[in-house]
Design a protein around this ligand. Structure first.
Ligand SMILES: Nc1ncnc2c1ncn2[C@@H]1O[C@H](COP(=O)(O)OP(=O)(O)O)[C@@H](O)[C@H]1O
Ligand SMILES: [Mg+2]
Length: 261
């Protein structure tokens, strides 16, 4: 059975793409078959894996509007068990096109129907979503078994969270009853920063049962780590760039926690 996990938070710059790419890669290194779907028009997950605009002709946009099958556009990556559905800036403006041709109920399930065609080939499908609660994110949440919510350990971290949780609740009630919150993931944590500690304390107070734990029963926190920020410019997940970095280790712990759950 494949598990479909969407990484979502309507705020930009909180670590969604970093989490999607590095969780996907860490699961692949653990010999799981993984499909990473880049559903953000900014295509940062696609470029993080070393693909540039001219390297691929078709992207998720062509799949969503029905011009291509998802299996036609999947790219191989340097990790043998990690594959990618690329995105492209062409996704912008897509909402209108794919919403126009669909009934109200059908339009939230377009991505799910496309994923259904290939999901048996994979152990995990990880979806990176855009920084908005628009149609693409709704589709990504409607297609998923669960959602991981990265929370940046900075000022305003919890702002907008109520709105996201409401959206998740609504989708669960109407379109996707099986949707679960897999967990909240504190990102860019810095032990020297009091604000970071405060955000983490708030998270443990409100969502303790929804934080990930490592094998030794510690909460999993993604540290602020320069290797995580650098690796995309080399077109590599951090595990192939600096496997021993604190950032790489944290995402490996996250993958292990998910494999153990
Ligand atoms: N743990 C981290 N340590 C250092 N830099 C990070 C970390 N997580 C993300 N970044 C950097 O912060 C920026 C935003 O992260 P990103 O994953 O693209 O967020 P989002 O997808 O939510 O917009 C990127 O430049 C990324 O490289
Ligand atoms: Mg992103």
């Amino acid at each position: 059975m494949s598990e479909i996990i969407t990484i979502a938070n309507q705020k930009g710059g909180v670590g969604k793409t970093t989490t999607a790419v590095n969780l996907a890669a860490s699961l692949a290194v653990a010999e799981k078959k993984v499909l990473l779907i880049d559903a953000d028009p900014q295509a940062n997950a696609t470029t993080s894996l070393g693909f540039h605009r001219n390297d691929y002709e078709y992207n998720i946009y062509h799949v969503l509007i029905g011009v291509k099958k998802i299996s036609d556009i999947i790219l191989k990556t340097t990790l043998p068990t990690l594959q990618l559905v690329p995105s492209n800036i062409g996704l912008v403006g897509l909402e209108k096109e794919f919403y126009d041709n669909e009934t109200r109920k059908g339009r939230e399930l377009i991505l799910k129907r496309k994923i259904d065609e290939v999901k048996k080939e994979y152990d995990f499908i990880i979806i990176d979503s855009p920084p908005a609660l628009g149609p693409i994110t709704i589709n990504a949440l409607s297609a998923a078994n669960s959602v991981i919510i990265p929370i940046q350990c900075e000022f305003f971290a919890l702002e907008g969270l109520a709105q996201l949780l409401n959206t998740i609740r609504l989708i669960k009630k109407t379109i996707n009853p099986k949707l679960k919150i897999k967990g909240f993931l504190p990102t860019m944590y810095s032990g020297q920063n009091n604000l970071s500690k405060q955000v983490f304390a708030d998270l443990t107070q409100h969502f303790k049962s929804k934080l990930f734990k490592s094998g030794d029963d510690e909460f999993i926190v993604i540290p602020r780590n320069v290797k995580l920020a650098e690796s995309p410019s080399f077109g590599k997940p951090v595990i192939l760039y600096d496997v021993k970095s604190t950032g790489s280790k944290a995402y490996q712990h996250l993958a292990q926690a998910i494999l153990a759950s």
